[in-house]
Ligand binder design. Sequence first.
Ligand SMILES: [Zn+2]
Length: 315
Amino acid sequence: MLLQTSNTTYRSVSYNLELHHDFITASTNQTPIQLSNYNLKENFFDKSCLDIEINSFTRIEILHEAPFDYTKIAVEKTHTITIAKILNEKKDKDVVSLHAYVKLNERPTTQTSLRYSPEKINKKEVSANDDTGIIKLTLWGSAIDKIPKSDAYYLQKVVVKEYSKGTISISSSPRSTITISQNKILPSQSTIRELLLHTFSFPPISIQNSNIQQYTCPHCEKSVQKKDEGRLFKCPFCNSMALHSALQPKYMLKLTFKDGKHQKTITVYNDMLLSYFNMKGLALPSQFDEIVIQFLCDSTSKILYDCRNICIGFK
Ligand SMILES: [Zn+2]
């Protein structure tokens, strides 16, 4: 068991059978205890670590209040919920567990930067259904590998997301666990419009840059705003200095494609633009003109986009 003190957490072993019931009660009820006459012993595997050893001399006293703040570990009940119930009753940030058929689709795994993390994380959007409904499931990072093929899965502790217009979806979190489900669930015949993938063939008929003066710091890669005075730029995030000319512009392009009578303008964000040049084995140009030339000379690639006309990849 783990014992939490005012400043650390100890691993603990109890050789005193008489106390086991008290420990289980205290743990279940989340009540603090006071221990006396225990031994502190070096951990067998990690000599830098001390363990608490409870023996026949140890005394335990159940307290009503701890003399310090302690983290109550939520006792989590893992009853499952249906998709219809999630769609009708659940709110943003609710944590749910469910059995569902997860259907993989043609959408590529994309790399997304999270606002508070310098590292990019893989993201994949799929659909999940049971007998009661179908819902969008967003998989992040290692959760993607837990679903190598379309099948019935037991999704534990996934988070409900609610976007504008009451659109409800579910999303994996670092605390989610995903395993094969023993329940027999058949794939749904319906599809989620949002997950449908559309394509257009290169080259586009027009290219616009809707960049709103955003640049990337060459040191920390955070988005920064260029100032017009002086040659040197000081990054407000990492405080490093750079030449103004070294700042990498962040693009937001509007590409218009035409195919017979169909015409569509697709928004391409900087991340996707980087992945396009990466796919071609090229570095992202710092000049808009060079991007235009590359696009206009490309007659083999395809752009992949979703129902919001946002680019989600290239082929
Ligand atoms: Zn910086």
